[in-house]
Every structure is written in structure tokens, then in C-alpha cells.
Ligand binder design. Structure first.
Ligand code: 5AD
Length: 343
């Protein structure tokens, strides 16, 4: 079967074999793939783009991820923690600016105990009809359960790579099996779940990328983020090349035609490697964009990969700029919480 026919079949049936996915990732049939992904996005998710506020509230991390700039071995980084009420206060500012989803992200920082996170969730929930997405890493089942009871709606925890041996070598503090178990537990607890992976990790092949996409399908994710790997000078992978943003767009488009319903953001990593590809992502399947809202003094320190483009603006001004941008590219700014889509 030629690539175009395989794409048509996946659009039609939402099924694809590993060989079919590899065929597409390998082919130069990208214009057709992107066009189909854009149509599927329009049909399944509409023209709305969802804006999410992200509060990166702590860069302390007990993990030792080989690619990540805030890994615990990076002693040159100034570490910060936001106070609990300060986090709630920034959620309040973001809500006033129009955001209806707060993504609470941090390194894996046990200083924020189950009770402290519960306090933050309840404090934010009191402000209004706000969806809370947690992105705080691996915790035990009962903790996840408590936070769901407290009002958390969603959880992001990326599988990073579907190659188990590669995963385990990049994450010496953790295991692939536990990561996947977390995703399954969160789903069972009723969270809307988000996974995702990096493109261009050393040792990754197209076969791995195809498995990444199939794993998203198997997990039946509500959200998925994928971005190019960007080498950080304070990590073990500092000398490896940056991942391809073109391949990232292909993976995004393929995810859209195979899974149909997940919310797919244009990741910041994609903006960093090639700003034009942020726009391209919105035409190849993406329907979400996130904006940082924590104080600027902390933004510079949440450096998981080098990100040169930090210009100080108010939360409201930045929101307005993103809204204008969305309109310019011919899309609509969503005015709902943007919960998961069920077809
Ligand atoms: N390059 C690209 N993405 C990275 N992440 C972490 N470090 C890097 C890097 N060097 C991504 C991971 C993580 C998310 C918060 O950021 O996918 O889950």
C-alpha cells in the first residue's frame, strides 16, 4: 500500500500497525498527512484553541533525568519554591486574565506533601470554575486518590519514550513500569490523563516513535504533548543534537489522525527550536497552547532546556497577545474549560 492510502486507512479506521506508522514517519508524504490531520482536528475538536495557564511552582527535583536541566545533579542552578498562598494568588491573577485551566507543574519535590498540594487544590477551586491539571510526577496511589477527591481534574505525566531500556537508562531513579502504572492508576481514578514524549532523544529510532504513538493510543490519553529534545549544557546529554521539529510535526499529525480526540498542545520546546513551527503545529493537529504565569524571577530558573525568549509582560498583556495571535491565524479562542473530548 502506498503512504497516502495508509494515511486514508488510519483516518477512516483509527487503526494502524507499527509498520504503517513507520512508513508514514519515513515518507515525504508530509503535505498530505498534515492536511488530513488538520481536517480531523477540525472535525473532532472544532476551531477553538484552548489556552492553559501553567504555574511552575518549584524547580527542586529529586530526579536525575539525563536530558533535564533541573535534574538534581545540577548544582549551579538556584532553586526556588513558591509559597502555597502565592501559588493560589497567581492562579487568581490568571483566572482574572481569562484562563480557566491551571496547570500546576514542578520538579518532583517532596517538600510539597500530600497535604500541601491538597491545600493548593482547594484554594484554587474556591476561586471559581477552574480545571486543575497536576504535573508533579510520581506519587503513590493514595496520594493521587486524595488529590482527585480534593478537586484535581487532570494529570500530566509523560511516558517520555516507549523504549523501556532507553527509558530506564535516561531515568536511573525510576522505571518505565512504574511510570506506566502511574498513568493507568490516574486513569482508573477518573483523572483526564496526559502523556507525551520527546523527539530526537539519543538512541531513539523511527520504530521507537511509532511505538510512542501506539502507546498513547493504548493508554487512551485525553491529552498528549510532544516536543523536540533540546540539549541542556548542565546535563549528561549536552553534546547531542537538537531533535527535529519537522519530525515533531509529523508525530503530532500522526497522533491526531490515529487517536482523533486528545487535546494536543504546541509545546514550548517546539517554539524554542523553530517559532514558525508553532503556527505550523496549529495546522497539523494541535489545538492547545500553554502560557507560564508564575513571577518572572522564577521563570528563568525553571530551565528544563535553554529557553532564550523571556520578555517581561503582565499576565493580562501576554494573554491578549496570544488571543490576537489565535485570531490572526483564523482560529477561535475557546471560552470553556476545555475538558477532554469524547467522540
Ligand atoms: N528537551 C526537551 N524537552 C524536555 N523536557 C525535559 N527536558 C527536556 C529537554 N532537554 C520535557 C519532558 C518533560 C517536560 C516537562 O519537558 O518531556 O516531561
Amino acid at each position: 500500500m502506498n503512504t497516502q492510502k495508509i494515511i486514508d486507512k488510519i483516518v477512516e479506521t483509527s487503526q494502524g500497525s507499527i509498520d504503517e506508522l513507520i512508513n508514514i514517519l519515513n515518507s515525504d508524504c508530509d503535505a498530505y498527512l498534515f492536511k488530513q490531520a488538520d481536517q480531523v482536528r477540525k472535525k473532532c475538536c472544532g476551531n477553538e484553541i484552548h489556552l492553559r495557564a501553567i504555574i511552575e511552582f518549584s524547580n527542586h527535583c529529586r530526579c536525575d533525568c539525563s536530558y533535564c536541566g533541573i535534574n538534581r545533579q545540577n548544582t549551579s542552578l538556584t532553586r526556588y519554591r513558591m509559597e502555597l498562598d502565592e501559588i493560589i494568588d497567581y492562579a487568581k491573577k490568571a483566572y482574572a486574565a481569562g484562563y480557566q485551566t491551571m496547570v500546576l507543574q514542578s520538579g518532583e519535590d517532596p517538600w510539597y506533601t500530600r497535604e500541601k498540594i491538597s491545600y493548593i487544590i482547594k484554594g484554587i477551586k474556591k476561586l471559581g470554575d477552574i480545571a486543575i491539571t497536576l504535573s508533579v510526577g510520581e506519587r503513590d496511589y493514595d496520594t493521587y486518590k486524595q488529590w482527585k477527591v480534593d478537586g484535581a481534574d487532570r494529570f500530566l505525566i509523560k511516558h517520555e519514550t516507549a523504549d523501556e531500556a532507553l527509558y530506564n537508562s535516561l531515568h536511573p531513579h525510576s522505571s518505565f513500569k512504574n511510570r506506566i502504572q502511574c498513568l493507568k492508576d490516574l486513569k482508573e481514578l477518573g483523572y483526564q490523563i496526559g502523556s507525551g514524549f520527546m523527539i530526537g532523544l539519543p538512541g531513539q529510532t523511527l520504530d521507537t516513535l511509532a511505538k510512542d504513538i501506539l502507546l498513547l493510543k493504548e493508554l487512551d490519553v485525553d491529552m498528549a504533548g510532544m516536543g523536540p529534545f533540546i540539549p541542556h549544557p548542565k546535563t549528561k546529554l549536552k553534546n547531542y543534537p537538537v531533535g527535529s521539529s519537522y519530525l515533531t510535526l509529523k508525530a503530532l499529525a500522526l497522533t491526531r489522525i490515529l487517536l482523533k480526540r486528545p487535546h494536543l498542545p504546541t509545546t514550548t520546546a517546539l517554539e524554542v527550536t523553530n517559532i514558525k513551527d508553532r503556527k505550523n503545529a496549529f495546522y497539523t493537529g494541535a489545538n492547545v497552547i500553554m502560557r507560564k504565569v508564575q513571577p518572572y524571577k522564577y521563570r528563568k530558573l525553571y530551565e528544563i532546556y535553554p529557553n532564550p525568549s523571556i520578555h517581561e509582560k503582565s499576565i493580562g498583556k501576554e494573554r491578549k497577545e496570544v488571543e490576537d495571535y489565535i485570531k490572526i491565524i483564523g482560529r477561535k479562542v475557546a471560552n470553556t474549560r476545555g475538558d477532554s473530548i469524547h467522540l
